[in-house]
Design a protein. Structure first.
Length: 341
């Protein structure tokens, strides 16, 4: 194994049974030396057809799309897709997690097929040295939102955030916008704002799955996100310290990827949305419907218009709060009047 593979797998016991997710044409753990299963979202044949003109996929030591052992189809559980009775000692995924719309659900699917104490090795792009450079790191709130909604495809927000801030990464290393740390207004973008907006709208209006980087991480932000999700009970893992990969050419010593290993401690405390139990007295009356606030989207929004829309929304929310605050007292008065009748 080369130095990169060794670094990725340094916490794994490769003598056990492993699972590699989306090995494509560059698997971390080679089949000819280890007991490892390969899986991806579609069949080997479909992946080979999709990458027929991808020169990179047909060069290097593996030379071609790897043959999968089973398909983990979108919408199906990994436990049901994997061979019956197989429990994995470890799993790994290289440059996959950033593409996942619902990261919490995805991680727990993988952890569900690992034994307690099993390890999941992740290789993650470092936004500080890739085309995600100008994006903010993804906050915990977005992962919680996607988990609650059971997101199955990238949201318009994820699509627009990725495409509107993506910069060209195919130029000579050392000359790329993120290598030079130029201001965003001077960066060489991959898409125009109009294109990013149109992609987001088209995906929302159709069943089209547009593959983007749904999330952006630095090593520090990823540790913070996982730590918070563990505190929330949405994950039940411990975590290794991040390891930096080899520095990217022209990036000032910053690596374009980092590695983290999660160790399964058990099942998550919160595996599904908790039920809500309430008495009639604790259920507030339904407020009078308020006409929805309609906003007109434009690519170049006027700041004053945005402020006015925000202020209007605050007024509507305050009115709803007042309705909810006074409703219980009105209910009590009505009960008293009825009782006196």
């Amino acid at each position: 194994m080369d130095s990169r593979q060794t670094l990725i797998t340094k916490h794994l016991d490769l003598s056990g049974c492993g699972l590699e997710i989306a090995p494509l044409f560059r698997p971390v753990v080679p089949k000819d030396r280890f007991n490892v299963y390969y899986t991806d979202y579609t069949s080997t044949e479909a992946l080979r057809e999709k990458n027929a003109t991808n020169f990179t996929a047909h060069s290097g030591i593996y030379s071609g799309i790897q043959t999968l052992d089973f398909v983990w189809s979108p919408g199906s559980s990994l436990a049901e897709s994997a061979p019956s009775g197989v429990v994995f000692d470890y799993a790994l995924a290289s440059h996959v997690i950033e593409h996942v719309p619902n990261m919490i659900g995805w991680l727990n699917e993988i952890l569900s097929v690992l034994k307690v104490g099993g390890k999941l090795a992740l290789v993650i792009p470092n936004k500080e040295a890739c085309f995600d450079y100008y994006r903010q790191t993804t906050p915990v709130a977005e992962f919680v939102d996607a988990w609650i909604r059971k997101a199955s495809k990238p949201s318009p927000k994820q699509i627009f955030d990725c495409l509107s801030l993506a910069v060209v990464d195919t130029d000579q290393p050392g000359t790329r916008s993120f290598d030079l740390h130029v201001p965003l207004v001077e960066a060489k973008r991959t898409y125009t704002l109009e294109q990013a907006m149109q992609y987001a709208i088209n995906s929302y209006r159709s069943d089209e799955y547009l593959d983007v980087h749904c999330s952006a991480f630095s090593p520090e932000s990823f540790v913070e996100v996982i730590t918070t999700l563990v505190e929330l009970g949405l994950l039940n893992v411990s975590m290794s310290d991040p390891d930096q990969g080899e520095p990217s050419v022209g990036s000032g010593g910053v690596s374009g990827e980092f590695m983290v290993t999660l160790i399964k401690l058990g099942e998550p405390k919160l595996s599904a949305l908790p039920g809500i139990q309430a008495t009639n007295d604790s259920i507030p009356p339904t407020p009078t419907p308020t006409p929805p606030l309609t906003l007109t989207l434009t690519l170049h929004s006027d700041l004053q218009h945005a402020r006015e829309a925000f202020n209007d929304a605050v007024v509507i929310q305050d009115e709803l709060k007042e309705q909810l605050r006074f409703a219980p007292s009105v209910k009590r008065v009505l009960r008293q009047l009825i009782g006196r009748a």
